[in-house]
Design a protein. Structure first.
Length: 396
């Protein structure tokens, strides 16, 4: 039988990347959405078997991603709740994440159209999911009146963060695509924004605001001091908010009328657990995320950074921050590329959103794949100095 041409497998890889991310919005369960990711490593290996992968040299992003995955998968062996099933699950998820990042890099390198269609398909899928969730909320109101999403997004916070990623993707289409797609993306943007507003998630609002700020400001392609000022603006707003809470009596209640949702107590308990455990190397990836505060149990620490520190220790936290930092560094250096601007807005929103939510870094396909691993995969390409001339700059 005649072997497949490299370009054919490249298209299969791109299609699997697109299907994996779109599935987060349209398929009912995380397991169902993960099916395309099981095929991605196989497709990438098949592509390598018939010819060299057209990717650049190993970038700092690629190196730290590999180190992070190797470290957190190794931590299963010193986990306090080790099981062979859990170890296999962690290793397989690391393989899937690595395959996804390489698949994104391969797709972005071989065809600009791949990421263009990724943005289009995710926009359409998210708009349909947002519309369906809004209709369901109208027909079957929740006890607190907050949109919880459908399928695997059936949680207000998860739905908010996942729709925030889609909001930024829709904005990318509205700003950079062909006219017909731009018009459709505007309607999708409105539907997705409406769904985010209906979740009532304050974290979703903040991460959306930061992501939109970065996306719109980077569309101006600032350089030098202007670039630093645009990127620092959200930090300045955060400092002003902290000052307001500290100096204004009742400031916290004014900014957060629902309170901190026990986050202060949860973080305090998790911090003590971190200090009493293994601060350098953590308690292991398989250690339970469950937090008990004053006899009340919470499913997770409500901060990806704190959860990563608890499981991977200071080493794990530094590796996570290195992935985010290297991704931002590489993307900022290539703002002439549409994919870099999109990746930067996604990782900015994710970095903020995960301050107050999230707990599972090594996970099956989920919002983390949209706001951490997708930008990292893009950064692996735009950061390479061996970029093909045909793809050195994207239109828009």
């Amino acid at each position: 039988m005649r072997p497949m041409e490299p370009v054919t497998i490249d298209r299969i890889v791109a299609a699997l990347v697109i299907a994996a991310l779109a599935s987060v919005y349209v398929l009912p369960s995380q397991s169902a959405a993960s099916f395309p990711t099981y095929l991605l490593p196989i497709a990438v290996v098949a592509r390598y078997a018939i010819g060299p992968l057209p990717t650049a040299r190993m970038t700092p992003v690629a190196i730290v991603v590999v180190l992070l995955l190797a470290y957190f998968s190794s931590s299963v062996w010193w986990s306090s709740e080790f099981t062979w099933r859990g170890a296999f699950s962690t290793y397989s998820r690391c393989v899937l994440i690595a395959g996804f990042c390489l698949g994104v890099a391969l797709s972005a390198r071989t065809s600009d159209a791949a990421l263009t269609w990724l943005a289009r398909v995710v926009t359409v899928g998210a708009a349909l999911a947002a519309g369906a969730a809004l209709i369901d909320l109208r027909l079957h109101p929740t006890w607190d009146g907050r949109l919880a999403g459908l399928g695997q997004l059936h949680n207000s916070v998860v739905a908010a963060l996942t729709f925030v990623a889609a909001l930024l993707v829709a904005l990318d289409v509205a700003l950079n695509d062909a006219k017909a797609w731009r018009i459709g993306a505007v309607f999708a943007f409105v539907a997705i924004a409406w769904a985010i507003a209906a979740t009532g998630s304050r974290n979703g609002y903040v991460s959306a605001a930061v992501g939109l700020w970065v996306a719109l400001s980077m569309a101006l392609r600032p350089t030098g001091a202007r670039l630093a000022l645009w990127l620092a603006a959200p930090l300045l707003v955060a400092i002003a908010g902290i000052a307001f809470v500290v100096l204004e009596p009742g400031g916290l209640a004014q900014l957060f009328p629902r309170g901190d949702s026990f986050r202060g107590a949860i973080w305090g308990a998790e911090w003590q657990r971190y200090v009493d455990g293994n601060p350098w190397f953590g308690l292991g990836t398989l250690t339970s995320d469950r937090v008990v505060v004053d006899g009340r149990a919470f499913a997770h620490p409500h901060s990806l950074y704190l959860a990563s520190a608890l499981q991977g220790g200071l080493v794990g936290l530094v590796l996570l921050l290195s992935v985010l930092g290297c991704t931002v560094w590489e993307l900022v250096g290539r703002l002439d590329r549409r994919s870099a601007r999109l990746g930067l807005s996604l990782v900015a929103a994710g970095a903020v959103g995960y301050l107050f939510d999230g707990w599972e870094l090594i996970d099956k396909v989920s919002v983390s794949w949209l706001v951490i691993w997708l930008p990292a995969g893009i950064a692996c390409v735009v950061g390479g100095r061996g970029v093909d001339a045909a793809h050195a700059a994207e239109p828009g």
